[in-house]
Design a protein around this ligand. Structure first.
Ligand SMILES: [Zn+2]
Ligand SMILES: [Zn+2]
Ligand SMILES: [Zn+2]
Length: 168
């Protein structure tokens, strides 16, 4: 399949990591998991995933639609939403509820709980599994007699780079 994304573009100097590797790994993982599960990573699903992985920023559905139009002329919002639903169900993409946007999962596509650190300056989203936090939350839910269906914690602020703390 033709590669749509030139991931090294658009990345500021301070953000220089091998993003091409991120994209490569994410797409390989997706292909592998889908074939293992016997589900179809159709070309539209593949393209949406690739577009989401253009960066580590959360992307809105209409931005995906704009970018996919030149490739799939007939693409409609419903096309994008169906592809997103599939990618979310497969654990390949996370919905960032507070932004109504989407970001590629960095944890190999298994279902898991997330702490999402959302930078308001560069708009990148860092995903952490935050085991201790999630355990503490589960304890809270237990005490409240609350049955949680999903557990994702979203925090807005400044990432390490934007806060001037340098690269990790
Ligand atoms: Zn990357
Ligand atoms: Zn994830
Ligand atoms: Zn930032």
């Amino acid at each position: 399949m033709k590669t749509l994304v030139e991931p090294t573009l658009n990345l500021p100097e301070s953000n220089a990591h091998n993003h091409q590797q991120c994209v490569h790994d994410a797409l390989k993982t997706a292909e592998h998991l889908c074939s293992e599960r016997g589900v179809q990573l159709t070309s539209i699903r593949h393209q949406v995933l690739e577009l989401i992985w253009e960066s580590h920023k959360a992307v809105k559905a209409y931005e995906l639609l704009d970018r996919i139009k030149p490739l799939q002329n007939a693409a409609k919002p419903a096309t994008i939403y169906r592809a997103l639903d599939f990618l979310i169900a497969q654990g390949l993409v996370h919905r960032v509820e507070s932004l109504n946007a989407f970001v590629g999962c960095r944890c190999s596509g298994r279902q898991h709980e997330q702490l999402l650190l959302i930078c308001k300056q560069c708009e990148e989203v860092e995903e952490r599994t935050a085991g201790k936090v999630m355990q503490a939350l589960s304890e809270e839910f237990r005490q409240a007699g609350f049955t949680a269906h999903s557990k994702a914690v979203e925090v807005h602020g400044l990432c390490r780079r934007c806060a001037g703390l340098g690269d990790a």
